[in-house]
Design a protein around this ligand. Structure first.
Ligand SMILES: [Zn+2]
Length: 275
């Protein structure tokens, strides 16, 4: 997908898209009030939904990042959120608790690294404030000394296994994994995006490093929008909600005249390097 054939009011499109995402999130939160006997479920799932909305809007608001260098980093983060939510919702009471526990363990570990680095010297006021804020954040949730530090994966499963259990192995194979190459700057990303064939035949067509700008491609906005819609669908199925309004994804598809949603291939960042 390149530039659309007819003029699009991009600024207006982005503004109404972001407003729509906020409304979609607010609609779910209104229809899904907190259950105080299992409040951790509401906090974990609610925060993950809000995170996904944030990522969708961050991508939407930055057209200069709608390219294969940058967007996949955020899209990979959206893939993480999606797989986590899909897996958490299969057994939310136990899994959300584990999710919190692992995160608190990581925060505790980070705190211990800071303390060790300071050692016997007097901490600066900024360091002391950071440590105090971190301790407070952990302690308000669980007594600090009771907190286990779990060095493994929070789910005791690989992301691939989680995706398998949650019935989204295709999403793992075609979204999470390809976008990981960009997020981690692996060879199959940099070899395609940051090397160009030298045209000097005497050089035997080696490849030269290149850091080139890329034209914004709406395709990346559509992918972010698609993953947000997918997340809402999974949540709605769990919470048995049927929200009666046009989704921001459908509105976007209509606004940019995509005739067939199937055309929006998940891992089609290839459109840039295969030219
Ligand atoms: Zn050369």
């Amino acid at each position: 997908m390149g530039a659309p054939e007819r003029e699009i009011d991009l600024e207006g499109l982005i503004a109404s898209y972001c407003e729509g995402v906020d409304q979609e999130l607010a609609g779910r939160l209104k229809a899904w009030p907190p259950d105080f006997s299992d409040i951790h479920i509401h906090e974990v799932i609610g925060s993950m939904l809000a995170r996904q909305a944030t990522l969708a809007k961050e991508i939407a608001g930055a057209p200069s990042m709608w390219n294969g260098h940058s967007s996949p980093i955020l899209l990979r983060a959206m893939a993480d959120v999606y797989i986590n939510i899909a897996w958490l919702l299969l057994d939310p009471a136990a899994r959300c608790l584990k999710f919190i526990s692992f995160g608190l363990g990581q925060a505790k570990l980070e705190l211990e690294h800071r303390r060790a680095e300071i050692g016997d010297r007097t901490p600066t006021s900024a360091e002391a404030a950071t440590i105090e804020a971190s301790e407070h954040w952990i302690e308000t949730q669980r007594a600090c000394f009771l907190q286990d530090v779990d060095l493994g994966k929070w789910a005791s499963l690989s992301v691939r296994q989680m995706a398998g259990e949650a019935g989204c192995i295709d999403f793992y194979n075609f979204v999470y994994t390809p976008f990981s190459a960009c997020a981690h700057s692996m060879w199959h990303h940099v070899g395609r995006y940051n090397l160009i064939k030298c045209t000097n035949p005497l050089h035997r067509y080696h490849r030269r490093p290149i850091s080139s700008a890329a034209e914004p491609d709406l395709h990346y906005l559509l992918l972010a929008s698609k993953y947000w819609a997918k997340t809402l669908n999974t949540f709605d199925a769990y919470a048995e909600l049927s929200i009666d309004c046009q989704s921001t994804y459908d509105a976007l598809i209509a606004a940019v005249s995509v005739e067939d949603k199937q055309d929006i291939e998940d891992h089609d960042s290839a459109s840039e390097w295969r030219k």
